[in-house]
Design a protein around this ligand. Structure first.
Ligand code: NCD
Length: 324
């Protein structure tokens, strides 16, 4: 058993990861990437016939695809996957999350990857499950595997996860990816976070309390340009309209300036990076930003591994750690 979740069977929230668990995931992801580069795609197969079940109540592209690619590459199988589970599994007939998980446990898979639409969904599933549950996003709650891949992308590009100034911006209140990575920064040293959002979408108080307890400095603001010249990392997020956030004008008097465009780029340090968990709508002006080498969110270019690709290796590492 790996120490991944420090003795926990399930992977539910970022706070489960202490510094050594984070390093362990990153070390394994590096190892797998190197192994595959040397010996070819699909050459590293520690999970032959291990069974992954995916239950996705909410929409997804990257999380679901990367878990599936990861598991197939490692030699695993998928006896059952349910996309739009509230439509196509018996949840559509009113079956509870708990009963769904209890039933799947009867078939004894090696892990269940769950994306749910309510905060606490993964925790509820874990309470009735012997099989490890991996939280792939629970409503506005957390998305811990995304946070790990985000931090891993920072490590890959900047060579460190300490002594950093980071802008977490956009729908700060509604983004579970911001919640999750903010908790991980509690395991790093010398961190300053600038939360940049309209006044009505400020960071949650439980996160602020956690950061205070873990000596992470933070400031709140409404205009990304106030912090742009200091930032090592820009972490942009979309408006979480599917979770109820109303769209706002990202460049106005009342709501501040929460877009990344050529103007913001011109203020940014040459060695900073721009991250986004995706999907990206109009919060990055793609025609002005995509071609810049600092834009590492979507496409690997000039040998700079994208955040999306980092997600594949991190999910391979997590998959192995959960299954073995
Ligand atoms: C994020 C999510 O689902 O929380 N997407 C993802 O997993 N890559 C971010 C988002 O949907 O805005």
């Amino acid at each position: 058993m790996w120490s991944l979740i420090n003795g926990h069977k399930h992977l539910i929230k970022s706070q489960q990861f202490d510094r050594s668990a984070i390093e362990e995931v990153f070390g394994l992801a590096d190892y797998i990437e190197k192994y595959e580069k040397q010996k070819g795609k699909g050459s590293y197969r520690p999970l032959i016939n291990k069974e992954m079940v995916l239950i996705f109540v909410q929409e997804s592209l990257r999380t679901r695809a990367s878990f599936q690619f990861a598991h197939i590459r490692l030699g695993g199988v998928f006896p059952f996957t349910s996309e739009a589970a509230k439509k196509f599994s018996s949840m559509a007939k009113g079956e509870s999350l708990e009963d769904t998980i209890i039933v799947l446990n009867e078939y004894e898979p090696d892990e269940i990857i769950l994306r749910h639409d309510e905060e606490g969904g993964a925790e509820r599933a874990a309470l009735v499950s012997e099989v490890p549950i991996v939280n792939a996003g629970d409503g506005p709650g957390q998305h811990p595997t995304q946070a790990l891949l985000d931090l891993y992308t920072i490590k890959k590009h900047l060579g460190r996860i300490d002594e950093l100034e980071i802008i977490l911006m956009g729908d700060v209140l509604g983004s579970r990816t911001i919640n999750s990575i903010a908790f991980l920064f509690g395991r790093c040293k010398g961190i300053t976070i600038y939360f940049v959002s309209p006044p009505h979408l400020r960071v949650r108080s439980d996160i602020k309390e956690y950061l205070e307890r873990h000596n992470v400095k933070f400031e709140e603001g409404v205009d990304v340009r106030d912090f742009a010249s200091r930032a090592d990392v820009f972490y942009q997020t979309r408006t979480q309209t599917n979770l109820g956030t109303q769209p706002w004008d990202r460049k106005d008097q009342k709501n501040g300036y929460t877009v990344i465009d050529g103007n913001v780029l011109s203020m940014a340090k040459p060695d900073s990076i721009i991250l986004h968990p995706l999907p990206c709508l109009d919060e990055i002006v793609r025609s002005e930003v995509d071609s810049d080498p600092r834009a590492v969110y979507i496409k690997t270019k000039n040998g700079r591994t994208s955040q999306v690709k980092c997600g594949l290796y991190i999910r391979m590492a997590i998959d192995q750690m959960v299954c073995l």
